[in-house]
Design a binder for this molecule. Structure first.
Ligand SMILES: Cc1cc2nc3c(=O)[nH]c(=O)nc-3n(C[C@H](O)[C@H](O)[C@H](O)COP(=O)(O)OP(=O)(O)OC[C@H]3O[C@@H](n4cnc5c(N)ncnc54)[C@H](O)[C@@H]3O)c2cc1C
Length: 291
């Protein structure tokens, strides 16, 4: 049962260095709260892991977007609305802008942050397949300084991450290597907005003539963590994108997912949808149609 609000303490320190100093001084005691869209659900359910909250909402260091020649670094405190409104995100990282447009409703998009989506670690989170497809890197910050971690290594199991108790995600960096690639993304759910995905997919590919040179396919809601379909990628790389490849790609993709039955769907349905979406991606790649 939810306890009295008076049992909770919340502080807003206003500077990143003060927040990380507090996290280091009392490790595991303070829970960062950004937009609060996941934290408040946990609060209402009485499952918050701590009664001491430190606000990281609107910290300038987490809100900046740095456009560098080789990468785009998006502050972890950027909201879905920020992502949708940024021209460079829409133009060069459209998978992320589209995922942002699918996340909850407008109110949720005005508060929910990219960093919160990553740390909340839901296998169904909509922005995470895009981060896998773009081979994002995370910048983690603590009083010890900063470290970089490939996003693919961040989630180690269901709701488990490599974030230390005194660390924050400061930024998410997206290499600008795939600007000319074909992109494809879909969310399969009861509806696009205000519904948790049954399956979501984000993929990019580069082809020369008809031959696939480079491909990255990532899926959500079909394993304990968002998954890169590496076997499927290996199967199709270097091959002409034509109907004879589709059946093999579908079989490989279905075999490498690890879905479960739950309230939203069955494992069998999810595996079948992954196979069908991989085929749709290859068909559109072959026809040169963006989705
Ligand atoms: C009505 C509703 C609809 C939703 N729909 C969707 C949807 O369609 N798709 C989807 O993917 N999600 C959805 N969500 C989930 C949620 O909005 C996202 O996960 C959001 O991105 C969380 O961000 P936040 O800033 O609100 O995180 P918070 O709630 O503030 O924090 C979540 C967790 O992340 C930690 N955290 C936050 N930022 C950082 C940081 N920079 N460094 C370290 N730790 C941090 C917090 O300590 C906490 O553990 C929905 C939620 C609601 C309430």
């Amino acid at each position: 049962m939810r306890s009295d609000p008076a049992d909770y303490q919340m502080v807003a320190l206003g500077r990143l260095q003060d927040v990380v100093a507090l996290l280091a001084a009392e490790p595991g005691t303070w829970l960062p709260i950004a937009g609060g869209t996941d934290v408040m659900v946990q609060y209402a359910a009485g499952t918050l892991p701590s009664r001491k909250l430190v606000s990281i909402w609107n910290l300038p260091e987490l809100r900046r977007i740095d456009v560098l020649p080789h990468e785009l670094c998006v502050g972890a405190g950027c909201t879905y609305t920020d992502l949708r409104e940024q021209e460079i995100v829409r133009n060069e990282f459209s998978l992320l802008a589209t995922a942002a447009s699918w996340t909850g409703g407008i109110a949720n998009q005005n508060r929910g942050t990219l960093g919160g989506n990553i740390v909340n670690a839901s296998p169904a989170a909509d922005s995470l397949p895009a981060l896998l497809a773009y081979e994002a890197q995370l910048i983690l910050v603590s009083v010890r300084g900063e470290r970089r971690l490939p996003y693919v290594d961040f989630h180690t199991g269901y709701k488990k991450t490599k974030l230390a108790s005194d660390e924050l995600i400061r930024a998410v960096c997206l290499p600008r290597r795939v600007s000319g690639y074909f992109s494809y993304t879909r969310k399969v759910g009861a509806r696009n907005a205000q519904a948790i995905s049954k399956v979501c997919i984000a993929a990019v590919a580069d082809i020369a003539g008809k031959v696939i040179q480079d491909v990255r396919i990532a899926v959500g809601s079909v394993a304990p963590i968002p998954l890169r379909l590496s076997q499927t990628e290996k199967t199709v790389t270097g091959k002409p994108v034509e109907p004879s490849l589709f059946a093999l790609a579908k079989k490989t993709a279905m075999a490498e997912t690890r879905p479960i039955d739950d309230i939203r769907s069955t494992a069998r349905y999810r595996a079948a949808v992954v196979g069908n979406l991989v085929v749709e991606f290859l068909e559109k790649l072959s026809a040169g149609k963006q989705r």
